[in-house]
Design a protein. Structure first.
Length: 348
């Protein structure tokens, strides 16, 4: 397949690009190279004849049309988005423009291209979204997000992603655009931009700084290793049913406090301090406004219909992640001066 991947220089997008090229797909990486993007993320495939990069903003409609006309993709994997909840609290406008208007622009560009090609049944527009559109779950472990869970977004980020999901479904129902959708749980792994919880904890620990945990650390997330997610996304774009949505989860629920303590224990093993444990650096800080209590995904549909399941447990994935950060200091050091890195965001 020839895949047009938007946001392919970001965290999840670059994992998709690397895996797709490794599997022999031709990939066009479309990215605006905003603050969280890094072309080093795709350096392992940059020299491949299967890889092409286009520096284009999804808010630029004429440029999108040119990309479609030039490259003629078999499928679109739309990952480009503003994705950090804390930044959405401080500056929601970027999230509205990129996640909603940008998705509209992608849909219209894809629809025009698909129509010009004679509306082939084989074309797919794969929209990648988040479990945060479903809102917050109670503590009951039997209650999980399914594909039929009503939407209940509670942050500017999740509201913008919910809106983009609705647009994609509307373009399918109204115009017949062949779409598939996925909603994933919290990702982690190599190349994770250092503003999210796991890289913040690893890098603060190594620097001897406080390890900040919002509130009492009881908020629960389902953690999905990014390379497992990329595998699931490629499976869905190739074999997912037209108009269908699939929830992708890691089946690894952990509270934030449990997660941070696990990271500290791994660091104690791999890079021990002269005295004490990295857990001694844990500090509880004021909670995020509107902080959802729990996310958990029921991945039964993608498991039963497409045969997918995660390959690593959260303990295995975290160990691999910490090892990667310890071995790739040049990558994360180069990002330390980018806007917002290393300071508290989202205080409202």
């Amino acid at each position: 397949m020839k895949l047009l991947v938007t946001g392919g220089a970001g965290f999840i997008g670059s994992a998709v690009v690397r895996l797709a090229v490794a599997r022999g797909h031709e990939v066009v990486n479309l990215d605006a190279l905003t603050y969280a993007a890094c072309l080093e993320n795709v350096a392992p495939v940059a020299g491949s004849p299967l890889y092409t990069f286009e520096e284009v903003d999804i808010r630029n409609c004429p440029a999108l049309d040119t990309v479609f006309e030039t490259h003629k993709p078999d499928a679109v994997m739309h990952l480009a988005a503003e994705s950090h909840v804390d930044r959405s609290i401080d500056g929601p406008g970027d999230f509205i423009e990129t996640n909603i208007t940008g998705t509209y622009n992608m849909l219209e560009a894809a629809r025009a291209y698909w129509s010009a090609q004679g509306k082939p049944d084989t074309f797919r527009f794969h929209h990648i979204s988040t479990d945060e559109v479903f809102g917050s779950l109670p503590a009951d472990p039997e209650v999980m997000f399914t594909e039929d869970t009503p939407y209940d977004p509670r942050s500017p980020y999740s509201a913008s992603k919910a809106a983009s999901d609705h647009l994609v479904r509307a373009w399918h129902e109204t115009y017949g655009l062949p779409v598939v959708l996925t909603n994933c749980s919290n990702n982690y792994g190599p190349y994770h931009f250092p503003e999210k919880l796991i890289p913040v904890v690893i890098l603060n620990a190594l620097a001897g700084r406080d390890l900040p945990i919002y509130g009492d650390g009881a908020n629960i997330r389902d953690w999905l290793y990014v390379e497992d997610h990329a595998d699931a996304l490629l499976l869905v774009v190739e074999k997912g049913a037209l108009g269908r949505s699939y929830n992708i989860g890691g089946c690894n629920e952990r509270s934030n406090l449990e997660l941070v303590k696990t990271l500290c224990a791994i660091l104690d093993e791999l890079r021990p301090k002269p005295a004490g444990s990295y857990a001694d650096q844990i500090r509880f800080v004021a909670d995020r406004p509107g902080h959802d209590a729990r996310y958990a995904i029921d991945p039964a549909r993608i498991r039963e219909e497409l045969g997918w399941q995660p390959s690593v447990s959260v303990e295995q994935g975290l160990h691999k992640t910490v090892e990667w950060y310890l071995q790739n200091e040049a990558w994360w050091r180069a990002l330390q001066t980018r806007a917002g890195v290393g300071r508290r965001l989202g205080t409202g």
